[in-house]
Design a binder for this molecule. Structure first.
Ligand code: KL2
Length: 665
């Protein structure tokens, strides 16, 4: 009763009062080394910030020596010159779909990796936005496009906002165009001057004293502990290159970003999650500008985005990214939600061998009734032998439905496996980069499954899978038992697609000949249903009063499997705690709490167990952009804020693919 009053009465009231108070209260000041440096809108960064980012961005060039494919545009200045030259303007593509017609690639044929003519229903054909394609489509469709665009709320928003007005101009032809140069120039004079919080002093961290800001916690995530003095460490580049065991000359280095950019429709559908934010940081034009600025600052070779709203992608992001030299692939979720995933790669550095657009909703499978999607693609680095399989997904959020999350994950892993096997049969290794918002915490069973390659799940409550929330107080728990999904899905418990012979042999009872073997009947002895004692069961001493021996139960579970496997050797680029401050790192924060739910996993050299030979290959991590702690983020008024435009932080890593063993399988 008291809990209900607190939850339904005091909690909304405290939020309301907090909101009112926020209107007149001066933003908390932050003091760095005794100096007021920040008024809640982002730290003022010194020249070192830009220096560091330039240093990092140019590191590939100095490390790897001259690269014929590596033009000037790879440096930020180069890109800026390109972006700002001749007042480049981009037409907004209003096409709902852009289908890549000319992406057939020589590399594909050479590797024997022909595009599959796959008819698995939920997997769509490729949909790739290349610059030429976007332009051609928008030329073709110009008239209709203009009308629709000028009526759209997005264009109204741009026209309506003072700073955005210059970004949308009318070319001589009368068509509306999206002026990237104006947009980016404008973003440089915005409230957040440079966008990245590198330390202005020599050290990597500084102590900031800021008033504690109390936020209500009805959190899905573990609660933030109160502290008056918060040590803020800005996002810094963490180098691991000393540990790299392959020379730069013998390697292909590339950077990968994973970023949930918070779809505006989702933001507006869940306003309660952003009550701590000043309104101006929630406006889409402000956020878009900051997101593009962030992408432009780092220019990752591969960008995996989640929560990309379809209209924003087609009308705004795709044209800009195309102009920046990226080829983009987009997959919207099924169902009414308007966002999806996008993968963009720098066409200068990669060619595309194959792409799969996955829908997790399967009409014939009761378990898979959610609208999440994924993109899995195979990229061929232009100056390396080995292809790289890149997967990007946003798994189901619902903290109770670990069973659905695992099934969605298994589909992604099975698709990655197809790409890896295809490479193998063509005599090539294939490295893997798996990015996404997995809506699961580090060390949760789902995370451990990806990292270790196996998960014993017998009787595991479904809510425990992701670690997002503690539902142990509930009376009833849906628990996990084999099989996790019906065999009709065609995915084995090794997260691989079944071969035809396996499909025929699947199921304990072959339906066609109805032969119930002794072995298959024994398997049913201790199944959960067989262990339920009927209330009116007659007592026959020594027979019906017997309870199963736990060891027998264990044997049952072993015989039935109850273990999920995958054979990709994956390592998470980010760890649960920040190595410098030993505080938990988080990748997302809203009024409900903070957690790490975003990941970049990459394939690593498998360390051979006793007697097993170590397998060749694997990616090495050269560096990553550090995450922040929850305390750091609350000291910046939470997320989104003037510096970080989403309720997630971007993850960014630099990886090394070695040439030397890339030819070995
Ligand atoms: O955790 V997320 O945020 O990866 O950033 O993914 C989902 C959630 C996203 C898409 O479904 O919407 C957010 N409480 C908190 N967040 C929610 C909720 C909720 N009830 N529903 C959706 N989201």
């Amino acid at each position: 009763m008291i809990a209900s009053v607190m939850l339904y009465g005091l909690y909304p009231l405290s939020r309301f009062i907090g909101r009112l108070a926020g209107l007149w209260r001066k933003a908390p000041c932050v003091y760095v080394n005794g100096k007021e440096v920040w008024d809640g809108g982002g730290a003022v960064s010194g020249p070192q910030q830009t220096g560091l980012s330039l240093q990092w961005l140019s590191a590939g060039d100095t490390d790897t020596g001259p690269d014929p494919d590596h033009t000037d545009t790879e440096s930020p200045q180069g890109a800026l010159e390109v972006l700002n030259s001749d007042l480049k303007t981009l037409q907004i593509s209003c096409m709902d779909t852009c289908v890549n017609e000319g992406s057939a690639d020589d590399g594909k044929a050479a590797l024997g990796l022909e595009e599959e003519t796959d008819d698995r229903d939920p997997v769509m054909n490729e949909s790739v936005f290349t610059r030429t394609e976007c332009e051609r489509r928008s030329d073709m469709d110009q008239h209709g496009c203009d009308e629709r665009m000028m009526d759209s709320p997005v264009s109204d928003m741009f026209l309506g906002s003072g700073s955005g007005r210059e970004a949308l101009v009318h070319a001589g032809s009368g068509s509306a165009v999206f002026d990237l140069a104006a947009l980016l120039a404008d973003s440089q004079t915005a409230a957040d001057p440079l966008g990245w919080h590198f330390p202005s002093g020599l050290g990597l961290s500084q102590t900031c004293y800021c008033p504690y800001v109390q936020f209500p916690a009805g959190s899905y995530y573990p609660a933030f502990q109160h502290s008056d003095s918060i040590e803020v460490t800005w996002r810094v580049w963490e180098e691991f290159s000393e540990s790299a065991c392959v020379d730069a000359a013998d390697a292909f280095d590339f950077s990968v970003m994973s970023y949930n950019i918070l779809a505006q429709d989702l933001l507006e559908a869940n306003p309660d999650l952003y009550t701590h934010c000043p309104e101006e940081v929630l406006a889409w034009d402000v956020r878009l500008r900051a997101i593009l600025k962030e992408l432009q600052t780092w220019q990752p070779d591969i960008i995996c985005l989640q929560e990309v709203q379809e209209d924003h992608f087609h009308q705004q992001m795709c044209p800009v990214l195309t102009e920046m030299g990226y080829s983009c692939i987009y997959k919207r979720r099924t169902g009414p939600k308007t966002d999806g995933c996008a993968v963009c790669y720098r066409s200068e550095r990669f060619t595309q061998l194959s792409v799969r657009l996955l829908e997790f909703r399967r009409p014939d499978c009761e378990l898979l009734d959610r609208d999440n999607v994924a993109i899995v693609l195979l990229l061929q680095p232009r100056s390396a032998l080995s292809p790289v399989c890149v997967a990007n997904t946003h798994l189901l959020f619902n903290p109770r439905r670990g069973d659905v999350k695992l099934a969605q994950l298994a589909i992604v892993l099975a698709e990655i496996d197809v790409m890896v096997q295809n490479c193998r049969s063509a005599g090539r290794r294939c490295e893997v980069v798996f990015c996404g918002d997995l809506n699961a915490l580090p060390s949760s069973p789902l995370w451990r499954f990806i990292s270790s390659g196996q998960l014993y799940y017998y009787g595991l409550p479904a809510w425990m899978v992701s670690g997002q929330t503690d539902l142990s107080h509930r009376v009833h728990h849906a628990r996990l038992f084999a099989p996790l999904w019906p065999s009709s899905l065609g995915v084995t418990d090794r997260c691989q697609y079944k071969s035809e012979s396996q499909t025929a042999a699947s199921g304990i009872f072959p339906v066609d000949n109805r032969r119930y073997s002794h072995e298959s009947m024994l398997k049913l002895r201790y199944c959960p249903a067989a262990c339920v004692r009927p209330a009116d069961l007659e007592l026959i001493p020594g027979v019906t009063d017997k309870t199963p021996d736990p060891e027998d139960m264990d044997m049952f579970s072993r015989r039935f499997g109850h273990t999920l496997h995958h054979s990709l050797s994956l390592t998470s680029a980010y760890s649960e705690v920040r190595p410098d401050t030993h505080t938990p790192a988080v990748s997302t924060l809203n009024s409900d709490g903070a957690a790490m739910v975003d990941y970049i996993f990459y394939s690593t050299r498998r360390s051979g167990s006793a007697g097993e030979e170590e397998s060749a290959g694997g990616l090495q991590m050269l560096g990553r952009l550090s995450l922040l702690s929850e305390a750091d983020l609350w000291s910046m008024k939470g997320l989104p804020n003037h510096t970080f435009p989403s309720d997630h932080l971007s993850l960014l890593v630099k990886l090394r693919l070695s040439h030397s063993d890339s030819h070995r399988v």
